[in-house]
Design a protein around this ligand. Structure first.
Ligand code: PLP
Length: 384
């Protein structure tokens, strides 16, 4: 059976060249990057080289990149670290209703500690406007956290304009760029962003490693206490193979970014055209132009998303639904709800996230499979 992976927003396979770069750091070059001997110094040099590469790619300086265990930790650290550092200045944080749970659940935890959170509602395409952000700012606001690209819709937020608002009001600005780093160009030398989260496994690097960019001078407390790693701000022995892999993955993204973005955009359009020309009652969600190249979010009226996912899985196709399955119950997506998608479509929506492995032949196969599956499921649900 063919196997087609269209869930690259969930995670990506490690690139072969990335794996090759990582392998020596598990055995021959296994040193602890904090050790003074040669084993340690070899590991440390590799970590610092990766830091330089990644900083260059993002338009940051190496001293502003802090390696962490992934996007979840980076988001937790940005929010909790700034909240703790500035709690005497104010207790108000602005975010959006469609952030990843790494941000939303952290905000909920901060609420139990006395912080006040404003959850801005996006428009129907999933965008937050700078005007909305500005209106929400109070004298107590210490942080604005608005994601760069939404993981379900692919919609891009106007983070430069939001950052300018934040700067004007003297408020710090964090953006969760876990989905956008490596997919669209980011230039922190020009963007008014104080903190940015990224994760290696979304860009063909390994799982369990990410970064928080912290602009020089930004007040932040550590999340963990321990050794003096990462310039005394993130204790814990560095994940040397992971960091090396992250660096290599970013180097590859830098080379292929524009070409791959164009290719994925074409494939995504071909997939959408195939769907809308061959299946009735479908709609695309998200923003028509301000979007990531690889994400297509589609609602199929009168089809249960989980049944469609299973049917596609049986044909070797991996996609995902906006719904997270927890304790047997399918939870409607908070993102689809927030953009005001009609309730009956919220559980009929799939996300296809395309990536390097996908080809034109994949698109045809997925369209054919969708036509067959949707027809059959609709016939079953109407008792036909
Ligand atoms: N933020 C966004 C927007 C994401 O899509 C994800 C992962 O799905 C995360 C944060 C969490 O990243 P990680 O899996 O590296 O913890």
């Amino acid at each position: 059976m063919r196997k087609i992976y269209m869930d690259h927003s969930a995670t990506t396979p490690v690139d072969g060249a990335v794996l090759q770069e990582m392998l020596p750091f598990f055995r021959e070059k296994f040193g602890n990057a904090s050790s003074v001997h040669q084993f340690g110094q070899e590991a440390k040099a590799a970590v610092e080289e990766a830091r330089e590469t990644i900083a260059g790619f993002l338009g940051a300086s190496a001293g502003e990149i802090y390696f962490v265990s992934g996007g979840t930790e980076a988001d937790n650290w940005a929010l909790q670290g700034v909240a703790m550092a500035l709690k005497n200045k104010g207790n108000h944080i602005i975010t959006s209703q469609i952030e990843h749970h790494a941000v939303l659940h952290t905000c909920q935890a901060l609420e139990t500690m006395g912080f006040k959170i404003t959850y801005l509602k996006p428009d129907a395409t999933g965008r937050i406007s700078p005007e909305q952000v500005e209106e929400a700012i109070t004298r107590k606001t210490i942080l604005i956290s608005i994601m760069h690209a939404n993981n379900e819709l692919g919609t891009l937020n106007p983070v430069v304009a939001i950052g300018e608002v934040a700067r004007r009001h003297g408020v710090l600005f964090h953006t969760d760029a876990v989905q956008s780093v490596g997919k669209v160009r980011i230039d922190l030398s020009r963007w008014p962003v104080d903190l940015l989260s990224a994760s290696a496994h979304k860009l063909y690097g390994p799982k369990g490693v990410g970064l928080l960019f912290i602009r020089k001078g930004t007040p932040i407390r550590p999340l963990f206490y321990g050794g003096g790693h990462e310039r005394n701000l993130r204790a814990g022995t560095q994940n040397v193979p992971g960091v090396v892999g992250f660096g290599k993955a970013v180097q590859i993204c830098d080379k292929v970014l524009e070409e791959e973005a164009n290719r994925l955009e074409q494939l995504r359009e071909a997939l959408w055209n195939g769907i809308r020309e061959n299946i009735a009652d479908v709609r695309q969600n998200g923003h028509p132009t301000e979007r990531l190249p690889g994400i297509l979010n589609v609602s199929f009226a009168e089809v249960a998303a989980d049944s469609l996912l299973i049917s596609l899985d049986m044909k070797g196709i991996a996609a995902s639904s906006g719904s997270a399955c927890s304790s047997g119950a399918v939870e409607p997506s908070h993102v689809l709800r927030a953009i005001g998608l009609p309730e009956e479509l919220q559980q009929s929506t799939l996300r296809f996230s395309l990536g390097r492995s996908n080809t034109e032949e994949d698109i045809q196969y997925v369209v054919d499979s969708l036509v067959e599956s949707v027809e059959r499921l609709r016939a079953m649900s109407s008792g036909g």
